[in-house]
Design a protein around this ligand. Structure first.
Ligand SMILES: NC(=O)c1ccc[n+]([C@@H]2O[C@H](COP(=O)([O-])OP(=O)(O)OC[C@H]3O[C@@H](n4cnc5c(N)ncnc54)[C@H](OP(=O)(O)O)[C@@H]3O)[C@@H](O)[C@H]2O)c1
Length: 331
């Protein structure tokens, strides 16, 4: 089969002929119709990710048709249109993942290929109203945003929610989930155009995080926030406690812009704030996320679609974060 293979650090991604995966009982072979990029794939290509091995077939997000079954038990699945939960072996504690937890696309070969093998328990019916590209855009960002916003952030109708750096894959879907819940959603972005796109998706307003007074402007617009979703961290993070309402939750799962700077501890304890880490989510949360998406007929934002062979070009687009939503590869 054809697959995009990362052969060494800083080597270009190339389309190669590789062996088709061999299935074990409990697994299914998915013929990929569309795959999507995550910043994780980008970090791996530049060598900034734990446990990188070469060669690797990248890709955590995928949607496709079940082509083969690992045993008679999974045979009835053949022909089904599915999306893949990329978070595997979460373990028994809903609060945190087990040591065995892994994400499809390293160490296991991922979705930037004609076929991928996946445990049958991680396959879910593709929402029927979504195109292959839209369905592929959903899994990793959708799962992460769902747990961040609802399980950890406890966002409910009427809450004031801030999405920091809305242009990313997780940012756009978090915005859509919060809007669908009836939250009052505000955003930051490095681009005025992306703020306009966010407003079209239902955000109340947004401010460019490059402005020196971005936090004051946000406070003026929104008053204060009950839930903040931040996957960027960096210097701007120090301002977040200032614009929180008492009892607010700041949920973090990435560090695109750096680390957590020095914070004013007094503001955190006096306002009874919580800074909460999260990562991906459980298989149950994945199912709940798909149910939520179907219920609200949410359509993930696809920024651009590239042929699989152009994966290198697609992933370089992430260097400057020029995308709004997800970058997708099609077979
Ligand atoms: N732990 C987990 O489970 C998990 C899951 C998913 C993602 N992540 C991490 O979360 C981060 C986001 O992932 P993604 O896939 O959504 O990435 P992405 O699509 O590449 O988006 C990154 C976004 O970060 C924003 N950004 C960049 N610099 C910023 C700054 N100084 N201040 C505020 N925002 C800034 C940009 O927003 P604008 O374009 O609007 O400027 C950009 O679009 C990555 O670091 C990723 O590794 C972690």
């Amino acid at each position: 089969m054809k697959a995009i293979v990362l052969e060494a650090a800083d080597k270009l991604l190339v389309l190669k002929d590789v062996e088709k995966p061999v299935l074990k009982p409990g697994e299914a072979l998915v013929k990929i119709k569309a795959a999507a990029l995550n910043r994780r794939d980008y970090w791996i290509t530049i060598g900034k990710y734990a446990g990188i091995k070469y060669p690797t077939i990248l890709g955590s997000d995928g949607a496709g048709i079940i082509a083969e079954a690992g045993s008679d038990v999974e045979k009835h699945l053949i022909g089904q249109e599915v999306i893949i939960n990329p978070g595997h072996d979460w373990g028994i504690h809903p609060e945190y993942q087990s040591k065995e937890f892994k994400i499809l696309g390293l160490p296991e070969d991922g979705t930037f290929a004609e076929y991928v093998k996946v445990g049958a328990q991680y396959l879910y019916p593709k929402p029927a109203y979504l195109s292959w590209e839209q369905a592929a855009a959903l899994p990793l960002a959708g799962l992460t945003a769902y747990r961040a916003l609802f399980t950890k952030g406890r966002a409910t109708k009427g809450d004031r929610v801030l999405i920091v750096g809305v242009g990313g894959g997780t940012g756009t879907i978090a915005l859509q989930f919060a809007v669908a819940t009836g939250c009052q959603v505000f955003v930051t972005s490095g681009s005025g155009e992306k703020i306009e796109r966010a407003i079209q998706l239902g955000a109340v307003a947004g401010v460019n995080y490059k402005l020196p007074d971005w936090s004051e402007q946000l406070q003026h617009l929104a008053g204060g926030f009950d839930v903040i979703i931040d996957s960027a961290l960096g210097d701007g993070f120090a301002k977040l406690p200032d614009i929180c309402n008492p009892g607010a939750r700041i949920v973090i799962f990435g560090g695109t812009a750096g680390n957590i700077p020095e914070l004013n501890g007094r503001k955190i304890f006096w306002k009874q704030l919580q800074i909460i880490g999260t990562t991906m989510g459980t298989n149950e949360e994945f199912k709940a996320m798909i149910d939520f998406v179907n219920q609200h007929q949410i359509v993930p934002v696809v920024d651009e679609v590239f042929p699989l062979a152009d994966a290198e070009k697609a992933i370089r687009k992430m260097t400057h974060s020029s995308q709004f939503g997800k970058i997708v590869l099609i077979a």
